[in-house]
Design a protein around this ligand. Structure first.
Ligand code: ZN
Length: 368
């Protein structure tokens, strides 16, 4: 993907930087880890410090000193997760802030205005993320609203696309607005959603409404049912997934972009992903283990620190534990996706897939 701030090689994993920071990791280390593109959350940045503040400070890239590519979500998913604090109408969503209970209104137009002010390379149409489980009639009605909101997002972006906060040297390149497929866990609605969005002609498409509590086999089934209806020559982005073995599977299915809080959130709870499976660093068996977290990992943490040390700083609740654990987990995810890109170029993706599946079935050191 050629984006205004960077070229991004796909398939790509995108670390999540909710509050204009990927928790516990400074930007220069994100660059060193090889993060090509990171996420910002529109809902959180709208509340604090406010999108107009960020616009006046030159946009999100300059504000957080991130020179590479960025993507912002539409705020729809966060507003959706405030279930008892929100009210959805045709016009938009009325909701209360999780911070102080103050009342706010997001419409497709407002979400796009906020995302233009933030200035990410890729921005997302405003959608309603349907809850799970939801019956057919409920998903049908929600999908119809999301499709009308997609058109409104597109129209509003077309009228205001030149209002982004970047300097003139990006002339000729602007933000890209992606559509989001919804349709709950119903394959016919997923197909209809994809086809209607493709008729609207977005430069890229996301598959949303997954990882909302459904079984993981169903997540995969919905991705499989949707991908054939999205053009292969445009980016296809599955939002909010997954475990390391899943991101390899999805990439092999033709998914180009994925994001997930799992590597960063799990790291702060001491759950680490390794080539030998998942491990919980607070486990007593690591107390005198001088080996690296993951003998196959080349990251800056595995090159320098022992499991015994990482366990010690975790159980004593030192801030450094969050930093080092997050660095390793992100390295593991980013390296995993890099190995997928290499395998695609070398024509050996089936072999990589077989190795990942074997590891997942046999070699794991245990579930969390
Ligand atoms: Zn490592």
């Amino acid at each position: 993907m050629i984006l205004p701030h960077a070229a991004v090689q796909t398939p790509v994993f995108m670390p999540v930087g909710t509050q204009a920071t990927v928790k516990a990791v400074p930007q220069h280390l994100l660059e060193e880890l090889g993060a090509q593109i990171i996420l910002g959350n529109t809902y959180h940045l709208y509340l604090r410090p406010g999108h107009e503040v960020i616009r006046r400070l030159g946009g999100l890239h300059r504000f957080m000193s991130w020179p590479r590519a960025m993507l912002t979500d539409s705020g729809g998913f966060q507003v959706f997760s405030l279930s008892d604090l929100r009210k959805v109408t045709e016009e938009g969503v009325q909701f209360r802030s999780h911070l102080n209970g103050s009342s706010h209104f997001f419409s497709p137009e407002h979400s796009i205005d906020v995302q233009i002010a933030l200035g990410a390379d890729i921005i997302m149409a405003f959608d309603e993320c349907t809850e799970y489980p939801a019956d057919y009639a409920r998903v049908r009605q929600s999908l119809d609203i999301t499709l009308r909101w997609a058109q409104r997002s597109k129209d509003h972006f077309a009228a205001h696309r030149d209002e982004r906060p970047w300097p003139a040297h990006f002339a000729g390149q602007t933000q890209s607005l992606f559509g989001i497929v919804q349709g709950g866990m119903f394959t016919d609605l997923r197909r209809e959603s994809a086809e209607r969005l493709v008729e609207m002609d977005f430069p890229g498409y996301a598959i949303g409404g997954l990882s909302v509590g459904e079984p993981r086999a169903l997540t995969r089934e919905m991705i499989e049912a949707t991908l054939p209806y999205l053009p292969e020559d445009k980016p296809r982005y599955v939002m909010g997934v997954g475990y390391p073995e899943e991101i390899v599977e999805y990439a092999a299915m033709g998914v180009d972009m994925m994001d997930c809080v799992l590597p960063t959130r799990a790291a702060r709870h001491g759950l680490l992903f390794t080539s030998e499976g998942r491990l919980n660093i607070k486990n007593r068996r690591f107390a005198e283990d001088q080996g690296p977290l993951d003998p196959e990992c080349c990251c800056m943490v595995c090159a320098r620190y022992s499991r015994a040390y990482l366990r010690h700083i975790f159980v004593t609740q030192e801030l450094l534990a969050a930093v080092l654990n997050t660095l390793h987990n992100l390295a593991f995810y980013l390296d995993t996706m890099e190995s997928v890109r290499d395998a695609i170029q070398l024509g050996v993706l089936p072999a990589l897939l077989a190795r990942v599946r074997a590891r997942n079935n046999g070699g794991a050191t245990g579930q969390p």
